[in-house]
Ligand binder design. Structure first.
Ligand SMILES: [Zn+2]
Length: 218
């Protein structure tokens, strides 16, 4: 069953730990607005209707771009960072099966071509109904979020562009609904520091998953 309840104490604790460790960094809006000048950006996120409006308005406010092109799929980039449970691996429609990760990658690739940009902003969010359906923990989602960045770069950015700094940018953010989704409750979006998270996994006790193990080893 879909679990739409607010963050559990365990989820809150895990997010707090990463905040305290500098893995999740509060974003200085004014600073970023000055630094990021690319006019076209692709935004990859979960389409959760209770939260996407806040995430989109954050994206538009912080990057100030003329175009923030959304690519929305349940779970967002988290579905790209490893295997999904068998019963959720594919979307099914009229007897046909569509692997979720392939559908999302195809949508991102098409968006990059349509908007002629290599700038991609990835968002994970908590709590996420789809991630709970997959029974992913917060740390597992964070690891998948990090691995999704690698996969997007490897599979979607042309080889000859990989080394062109400034033209290719894949960022990671985490949107948190700390209080539930009642009207008027505040949300918060953080920058996700992939390097710090890998270091954190090596230095702190946690329940290992295939994704956290992979990231630890990287
Ligand atoms: Zn979601």
């Amino acid at each position: 069953m879909a679990d739409r309840s607010p963050l559990t104490p365990r989820e809150k604790q895990d997010i707090e730990r990463l905040k305290d460790a500098g893995v999740l960094v509060a974003i200085d809006e004014n600073q970023l607005r000055l630094e990021q000048s690319n006019p076209r950006r692709i935004l990859v996120a979960c389409r959760d209707g209770h939260r996407i409006w806040d995430l989109m308005s954050f994206q538009c406010a912080i990057y100030g771009s003329e175009c923030n092109h959304p690519v929305l799929e349940h779970g967002g980039s988290v579905i790209l960072g490893g295997e999904l449970p068998e019963h959720l691996r594919c979307k099914k429609w009229r007897g046909a099966s569509f692997p979720r990760d392939q559908v999302l990658l195809a949508d991102i690739a098409e968006s990059m071509a349509v908007k002629e940009t290599l700038i991609i902003d990835n968002y994970a969010h908590f709590p996420c109904v789809f991630c709970r359906m997959c029974e992913f923990s917060v740390l597992q989602c964070m690891a998948r979020h990090a691995l999704a960045k690698d996969r997007i770069r490897t599979e979607l950015v042309p080889q000859e562009m990989q080394s062109q700094s400034g033209k290719v940018l894949v960022t990671c953010h985490v949107h948190v609904d700390w209080f539930g989704h009642k009207k008027g409750d505040p949300f918060k979006t953080y920058f996700f520091n992939r390097k710090e998270f890998s270091r954190w996994l090596k230095e702190n006790p946690h329940e290992p998953t295939p994704e956290t193990q992979l990231l630890r080893a990287a």
